[in-house]
Design a protein around this ligand. Structure first.
Ligand SMILES: *Cc1c(COP(=O)(O)O)cnc(C)c1O
Length: 383
């Protein structure tokens, strides 16, 4: 079945007999037992809920996994995932990581006895050098947030297999529409469903997807025990968002490509980071491992003043955190998503006062380019 059909009919299971085309929102905390020791399969919504189960099976099918577990946010998913590790375990992670994951690893996981090495995973050798007896997993993001570095998933997966390490891929930026890490050898996929899967900037969600049944069972135990499950209503919003995932991403990518090309030609823009530009260092690997380049890009302006002017003058594009929705959003990673990373480390990674990140939405490309043009050079307003 084609991916776009799976987005619409991701799970064939029906939970009621009315023939409702839209999956009902089972807004119930608990479920009646039909008899002593009997269960309908649903006992209590922290453990199972029909609306959430429908969503989970849809996401598992999209990623080609055996199981998916839905959480109340991406960070709830990653926090729960960290519970599979024990004090003393060592994890190697991409250095250019979503700020919240970096904060979780450096402040909470570390307190719980886990140790981390943050390395540039675009070069597999950097990972190899850090492997030691205590190493249990490699956690990568590709492309990364916000520098858009691309890591070769199959190459890292091979290294992980040789060393009995779990490979975790945060697939938030590309979604299974463009990239399926489990098929490239990853063991675990995590998502901020808040972004493209939900797609409408209206709810938070997170997922863990796995291909191994035993690992799925362990994670289900952890999720019902720690309790950061996705509510029935939010599950329904995600089901609804996913129905249009393929068309949204296709169009958003087209527009992102046009904007990346336009920005590349502007004097006041020093550099554009978009894996779909042949000049991007990750272009060839992207072509090999993904079916598209996505709709996220970041760029460097010629000065702090230009960066600030853009943030203050954009009018269709909104200056707000988050990404992946129908509304285009621009962020200032230095002050927003990555503010908690020590300045020296942040700047060494290129996240300085001239870097802006753009999530391209579903507005017309011409309108977005005109908005950026007037913001960069001054136009009708604020001249
Ligand atoms: C947003 C994001 C997260 C965290 O997800 P929330 O839903 O905001 O908790 C994790 N990874 C990436 C790449 C993200 O963009």
């Amino acid at each position: 079945m084609d991916f776009s059909t799976l987005c619409v009919h991701g799970c064939s299971k029906r939970y009621d007999t009315t023939g409702s085309v839209s999956v009902p929102i089972f807004q119930s905390a608990t479920f009646v037992h039909p008899g002593v020791g009997l269960s309908t399969g649903f006992d209590y919504s922290r453990a199972q809920n029909p609306t959430r189960e429908y969503l989970e099976q849809t996401v598992a099918n999209l990623e080609g996994g055996a199981d998916a577990i839905a959480f109340s946010s991406g960070m709830a998913a990653i926090t729960t995932l960290m519970e599979i590790f024990s004090p003393g375990d060592h994890i190697i992670a991409t250095d250019d990581l979503y700020g919240g994951s970096h904060r979780l690893f450096s402040h909470i996981s570390k307190k719980n006895g886990l140790t981390f090495d943050f390395v540039d995973t675009t070069d597999v050798q950097n990972i190899k050098k850090c492997i030691r007896n205590e190493t249990r997993a490699v956690f990568i993001e590709t492309p990364t947030n916000p520098m858009m570095h691309v890591t070769d998933i199959a190459a890292v997966s091979k290294l992980c297999r040789e060393n009995s390490l779990l490979l975790v891929v945060d697939n938030t930026f590309l979604t299974p529409y463009f990239q399926r890490p489990l098929q490239l050898g990853a063991d675990i996929v995590v998502h901020s469903g808040t972004k493209y899967l939900g797609g409408h900037n209206d709810t938070l969600a997170g997922f863990i997807v796995v291909s191994d049944a035993a690992l799925a069972e362990r994670l289900r135990f952890l999720s019902k025990t720690t309790g950061a499950c996705l509510s029935p209503f939010d599950s329904w919003l995600l089901i609804r968002g996913i129905k249009t995932l393929a068309v949204r991403l296709e169009r958003q990518q087209q527009t992102a490509f046009r904007i990346a090309e336009w920005l590349s030609k502007q004097d006041k823009i020093r550099k554009v980071h978009y894996p779909g530009l042949p000049s991007h260092p990750g272009y060839e690997i992207s072509k090999k491992q993904t079916s598209g380049f996505g709709a996220m890009l970041s760029f460097e302006t010629d000065s702090k003043e230009t960066a600030h002017r853009i943030l203050e003058r954009v009018s269709i594009i909104q200056y707000a955190e988050s990404l992946g929705g129908v509304e285009s959003l621009i962020t200032y990673p230095m002050l927003q998503t990555h503010a908690d990373i020590p300045q020296q480390e942040r700047e060494a990674r290129g996240i300085g006062e001239c870097l802006l990140r753009l999530s391209v939405g579903l507005e017309a490309a011409d309108d977005l380019i005109e908005d950026l043009r007037q913001a960069i050079y001054g136009g009708k307003a604020n001249v």
